[in-house]
Design a protein around this ligand. Structure first.
Ligand code: NAD
Length: 283
């Protein structure tokens, strides 16, 4: 059976776990080889743990289990040289590049005027400049190849609307939309498509941590996942707290595939109605 991205090579940042891993596995299942990168470390000023190299190895194992090839590197999207080296090594090994999923990101909270300079700068450096670094490492390769391509940037519902107490995140994710739209226009003559995906809350380690449980339960240091999920449920029109990584991967796969061959410059929401807007009295 032929896959929807057969014979293509996909670069994915933030691929050690969560949505990035899910995208790697989903695209591999549809025939793509994978260039994976991740920082595989905790990040200063981010209040929940990062993945380890063992997590990245698990992504490698899952892709290889599907009989696809994978080249993986520990690289920090804040450092252009390390991203470019990872991309160039992957392309040398796998022979080409077709799909770029700029997914790596971090989350933080605080009133806009109370964020520390480090919290602000780290957020912008990873969630906005990191996306720019990822795509600018790849674009010259896509242009030289002359076969078009698909760039998908992971923004958020917070890239299209405000979510209180996350101004640095909201600003970075809105910035991704501006970058996406600019590149969609600049790259159209090369038949390189550029789109962004905008998930509501996704059930990954980014939300499954005590820091977030405490925040969402009014500062309770022992706040539970169950109580936090109840708070998150109120953000969606559907009566659910979070979608699964696979829900976002399916949107990424669509944008990566030829099914979307004339889709560019779009903001694709996968949001359980969060941005509808709505006012529903959940039972
Ligand atoms: N989880 C959610 O509720 C949610 C909702 C909307 C959008 N998003 C976005 O989805 C993307 C993926 O997040 P996730 O939910 O899978 O969370 P996650 O924390 O499980 O995964 C994020 C990955 O990005 C990597 N990363 C972070 N900083 C990096 C850096 N400097 N260099 C390289 N890699 C780095 C992390 O190590 C991690 O593996 C992020 O951009 C996030 O902002 C998440």
């Amino acid at each position: 059976m032929s896959g929807r991205v057969d014979g293509k090579v996909a670069l994915i940042s933030g691929a050690a776990r969560g949505q990035g891993r899910s995208h790697a596995v989903r695209l591999a299942a549809e025939g793509a080889d994978i260039i994976a990168l991740d920082v595989c470390a905790d990040i200063e000023s981010i209040h929940y743990p990062g993945p380890t190299e063992a997590d990245l190895h698990e992504t490698i194992r899952l892709v290889e289990e599907l009989d696809r090839r994978v080249v993986a590197h520990v690289a920090d999207v804040r450092r252009f040289d390390s991203v470019r080296a990872a991309v160039q090594d992957g392309v040398a090994e796998l022979g080409r590049l077709d799909i770029v999923v700029a997914n790596a990101g971090v989350m933080g909270f605080g009133q806009a005027w109370e964020l520390t300079e480090l919290e602000w700068q780290t957020m912008i450096d990873i969630n906005l400049t990191g996306v720019w670094n990822t795509v600018r490492a790849a674009i010259p390769i896509l242009i030289d190849q002359g076969a078009g391509g698909s760039i998908i940037m992971t923004s958020s519902a917070a890239g299209l609307a405000a979510i209180p107490h996350t101004a640095h995140y909201v600003a970075a994710k809105h910035g991704v939309v501006g970058l996406m739209r600019s590149l969609a226009v600049e790259l159209a003559s090369h038949r390189i498509r550029v789109n962004s995906v905008h998930p509501t809350t996704v059930d990954t380690e980014m939300i499954n941590n005590q820091y977030l449980y405490t925040l969402l339960t009014g500062g309770d240091p022992h706040g539970t996942r169950e109580a936090a999920m109840a708070a998150l449920r109120a953000q969606n029109a559907f009566p659910i707290a979070a979608i699964d990584p696979l829900d976002v991967s399916n949107a990424v796969l669509y944008l990566a595939s030829d099914d979307a061959r004339f889709v560019t410059g779009t903001t694709l929401v996968v949001d359980a109605g969060a941005l509808a807007p709505f006012k529903l009295p959940h039972a």
